[in-house]
Design a protein. Structure first.
Length: 285
């Protein structure tokens, strides 16, 4: 079984520094038990040498873990993007990429599971077993860390589009839920069974969502698209919540049941929190 951990990064030095720290933590807390290659997706202006020359990546290469790169192009204009800022356009491209495009990427061919991490996503506690093997053994198609509420204004029409699709195309063996409010998986951490997400069920659902243009017009995110589709397509025993894992993203720290945050992380967490808040105030997705 081959598995991959994927990042999407910009050329910004802070982003690269955060990502390298996250990879360092993976090498310490995750990869010894759940080996996986690292795949870094980036736009054309990214300087690969910043990663290739880093000490952490040299150490991973020595341990047999491959580091691969994939070029993405987020320059296309779509109906509904008129008048948006470059940051707003980029955010919508990112949503489309993680909602489905990533499953079809050639860089992930040959892998069984893919785990997504944002550049500022950190696994802080040791995961002392093979998570990918557990998912394969138990028939899990999707793993997540937490579920959150989504703002109504950024999912306008999404529930109606999904309901219409699944009313016409019910998933076999899955009882259709009564969904009245759109929520989201916190998809800066997720694990996906690539074969399943490339299959007809998910692909037909995403094609129906994509055809509405809602990602470009209304900023439908990959997170609510993922959550909503999986309510209709998977049974509860086909998903896995890794709630016990200590995980940090921007200004949210999610602790495992017995985990204590080391004192050395308090200052670091504060600096990342401030950076994350500044970035949120700077851009309007």
């Amino acid at each position: 079984m081959k598995n991959a951990i994927a990042y999407l990064t910009r050329s910004d030095a802070t982003n690269v520094r955060q990502m390298l720290h996250g990879i360092h933590l993976l090498a310490k807390n995750f990869l010894p038990w759940s080996p996986a290659d690292i795949v870094i997706f980036h736009e054309a202006d990214f300087d690969r040498s910043l990663v290739e020359k880093s000490a952490v990546c040299s150490a991973l290469a020595d341990s047999g873990i491959k580091i691969r790169f994939g070029l993405v192009d987020f320059s296309a204009e779509h109906p509904g993007m008129e008048g948006l800022t470059p940051g707003q356009k980029g955010y919508r491209h990112m949503c489309h990429f993680f909602a489905n495009d990533i499953f079809m990427r050639e860089e992930l061919r040959g892998y069984d599971f893919y785990m997504r991490l944002d550049v500022d996503s950190y696994v802080l506690s040791k995961v002392r077993y093979n998570v990918f093997e557990r998912m394969r053994r138990e028939g899990r198609k999707y793993a997540y860390r937490m579920v959150m509420n989504e703002r109504a204004k950024v999912v306008r029409g999404l529930l109606a589009a999904a309901t219409a699709h699944f009313t016409a195309n019910p998933a076999p063996g899955v009882q259709a839920p009564a969904v009245r409010k759109v929520r989201l998986y916190y998809t800066n951490f997720e694990i996906c069974d690539l074969e399943w997400f490339r299959s007809d069920g998910w692909q037909r659902y995403f094609a129906a969502i994509d055809a509405t243009g809602g990602i470009w017009r209304h900023r439908w995110g990959d997170a609510p698209i993922r959550w909503l589709g999986l309510q209709y397509l998977l049974r509860p025993d086909q998903t896995l919540c890794l709630r016990w894992m200590a995980y940090f993203h921007q200004f949210l720290l999610r602790r495992g049941l017995t985990f204590r945050l080391p004192l050395a992380y308090l200052g670091y967490a504060a600096s990342i929190t401030i950076y994350g808040l500044r970035q949120k105030l700077r851009r309007k997705p």
